[in-house]
Design a protein around this ligand. Structure first.
Ligand SMILES: *Cc1c(COP(=O)(O)O)cnc(C)c1O
Length: 362
């Protein structure tokens, strides 16, 4: 069986070393030694400041929205994972969908201004598959209209743009350390903030808003990361360069073996150091995609319709919010994320490519 991804498990011995440490200290959570160590190591690895660790990437988004005090309308992308839209709704704000660019698959900056109203307070866009949004155009618009910018950077761990972490753009960039992500802590996440005060607010709001024992900064929730999760992060983090290198190699095999076919891939921009988090391919038609998917599934190979559905068509959205986004809807109907993980063998990629070629060329 070949799934779309497989979690990287570190050596159990390495994890046990940290477990011994936890057993000795007796501290399982509440910003312990290992969480603080992970926070420092992740910041050093990424080249970012002001990182608050949290318990998952969804709470990271919720806390970013809360800490930046966004209300009313938030301009957002329809082409992302469902959590991007859900968190806006969950925080009592209104998602205003702006269609994506047909080449980057990220929010189309040319369409943002037309969607701004006097109720707009922020922009929440996703670096889709780890490919960057047009961060300079988005910042320029945000500055002009005094809007806050949040990037859902769940896919962008380790991505660099012009020699700098992509996470240094926007007021907040949120990370997911879920087991399926490139870097993981089983469950976990983080918020990288431009402003130290915002990072503090995220951190405090994520521990019930407590400052000291009897005082509260503000409304809070529980978004703490446990020492057991932090320990997982500490053993996976040193493996990230190998993980990225292995994924780069698999991606190059796909590039090679799928060359010449009528398949669209996200455009690569100048100055990008990609993390090879995903290998999405967009087929010429919905029918071709479904045929390829069925053919692969018949061989026990499970690509994922990632992302589907286009978020502006989610069934639980109020009718009023379902603005048409033709580019995103079209992509969502034609895309497959192909299997990609370090243990994927060249022969597996060959089998997948042969299968795709047979359907697409026929
Ligand atoms: C995984 C993911 C999330 C949610 O992260 P969790 O840690 O699973 O809560 C949010 N947005 C995107 C784009 C994701 O891929």
């Amino acid at each position: 069986m070949i799934p779309v991804t497989r979690t990287t498990l570190p050596d159990l011995e390495d994890y046990l070393t940290y477990l011994w440490q936890i057993w000795k200290s007796g501290q399982l959570t509440n910003n312990g030694v290992l969480s603080r160590q992970l926070q420092a190591e992740v910041m050093a690895f990424l080249g970012t400041n002001n990182l608050a660790l949290v318990s998952n990437g969804t709470l990271a988004l919720q806390l970013a929205i809360k800490a930046l005090r966004l209300q009313g309308e938030i301009i957002t992308t329809p082409y992302s994972y469902v959590a991007t839209t859900n968190t806006i709704l969950w925080e009592g704000c209104t998602p205003v969908f702006v269609d994506v660019d047909s080449e980057s698959f990220c929010i189309n900056p040319n369409l943002i201004e037309a969607a701004i109203t006097e109720r707009t307070t922020g922009i929440l866009a996703t670096h889709v598959y780890g490919y960057p949004c047009d961060v300079s155009r988005i910042q320029e618009i945000a500055d002009r209209y005094k809007l806050k910018v949040i990037y859902d950077a769940a896919h962008a761990f380790g991505v660099r743009l012009h020699g700098e972490s992509l996470l240094n753009h926007g007021d907040c960039s949120t990370l997911s350390f879920h087991a399926t992500k490139l870097f993981h802590t089983a469950e976990g996440g983080g918020v990288v903030c431009r402003d130290e005060e915002v990072a503090k607010r995220v951190f405090l709001m994520g521990k019930f808003g407590h400052i000291g024992e009897d005082e509260y900064l503000d409304l809070g929730i529980n978004a703490k990361i446990s020492e057991l999760h932090a320990a997982m992060g500490l053993v996976v983090l040193p493996k990230v360069p190998e993980i990225i290198a292995a994924r780069r190699e698999c991606s190059a095999w796909y590039d090679d073996l799928l060359g010449g076919l009528d398949l669209q891939r996200p455009r690569v921009i100048d100055g990008l150091e990609y993390n090879y988090a995903y290998y999405p391919v967009v087929f010429p038609s919905h029918e071709a995609m479904m045929k390829v998917r069925a053919a692969l599934q018949a061989r026990d190979i499970f690509p994922r319709r990632y992302f589907y559905p286009s978020l502006n068509t989610l069934p639980f959205l109020p009718e009023l919010l379902r603005r048409s986004c033709p580019v995103s809807e079209s992509l969502a109907h034609r895309v497959l994320a192909l299997p990609l993980y370090p243990a994927l063998a060249r022969q597996d990629v060959e089998r997948i490519a042969v299968c795709i070629r047979r359907v697409v060329v026929a």
